[in-house]
Design a protein around this ligand. Structure first.
Ligand SMILES: C[S@@+](CC[C@H](N)C(=O)[O-])C[C@H]1O[C@@H](n2cnc3c(N)ncnc32)[C@H](O)[C@@H]1O
Length: 238
């Protein structure tokens, strides 16, 4: 792995960190590699092969399924996540490659231009507007020139948006809902993207979009009972 410069920054988004820590404190057996469709894994491997990728940042790595999988496939990868509960489990799951760093995707603890590829899978839609913009701009900053970002984000075409309408709409198509966790009621946030909005957010940072698709994927959460959800999948180049 190329030398990574940087350090673990102080975590600022206390509320969302708290929510994700509660989530990962309770949840086991979620977000496993088996929950990802083969088409997603094949897409990632194809991008790595075509782009001659030497290192990867798994931004918002959760329990580390992609970080672990890539390292075990001899593709150097580091995972960053806001939740130390997730990372503690990731380190146990992948003790052979414990390359995980605590940090915020909108304030990445890495120096400029270090990565060939950023895998930003189902993270962006969990933030408010300003954090989303900052996260995309941080991805741009830590990517090498011509580096690739693969991003997936919840689509507004997913009917699950209707259940979020029972929550509070804090911004256009951004909802907050309260879920019970072992720590008591916790607020979770989700933004539902239209195609145009996601295109605009990504290109306004300076990325060039080369692929844009709608993909269906098992959410990984027991409460949705294996129901699939719709995500935009974007490949963008710096
Ligand atoms: C739906 S999970 C997806 C995890 C992983 N990408 C995967 O596909 O297995 C969202 C992840 O994003 C992380 N996350 C949410 N907001 C974040 C932020 N601002 N910075 C870093 N990680 C964040 C959460 O802790 C959680 O692990």
């Amino acid at each position: 792995m190329d030398k990574l410069e940087g350090n673990t920054n102080k975590i600022n988004s206390y509320t969302q960190q708290h929510a994700w820590n509660n989530f990962f404190d309770k949840e086991n057996g979620v977000y496993t590699l088996n929950d990802l469709p083969e088409s997603t894994i094949n897409y990632l491997l194809q991008v790595i092969k075509e782009g001659e990728i030497k290192n990867v940042l798994d931004n918002g790595c959760g329990l580390g399924r992609i970080t672990g999988f890539l390292n075990r496939s001899s593709i150097p990868c580091v995972g960053v996540d806001i939740s130390e509960n997730a990372l503690n489990k990731a380190i146990k799951n992948f003790a052979d490659y414990p390359y995980f760093v605590l940090g915020e995707s909108h304030n990445l603890p890495f120096a400029n231009e270090q990565f060939d590829l950023i895998w930003f899978w189902r993270v962006l839609h969990n933030m408010g507007k300003e954090e989303r913009r900052k996260s995309l701009s941080e991805n741009f900053r830590v990517l090498k020139s011509n580096g690739i970002m693969i991003c997936s984000a919840q689509s507004d075409q997913d009917p699950i948006i209707n259940s979020y309408r029972n929550g509070v709409e804090i911004d256009v198509s951004t909802f907050e809902v309260i879920k019970q966790t072992s720590e008591g009621p916790t607020v979770y946030r989700k933004h539902f993207y239209s195609k145009e909005e996601l295109q605009d957010e990504i290109t306004s940072i300076g990325f060039k979009i080369v692929d844009f698709d709608l993909v269906s994927e098992y959410s990984g959460l027991k409460e949705y009972n294996k129901q699939e959800q719709l995500y935009w999948r974007v490949k963008a180049i710096k």
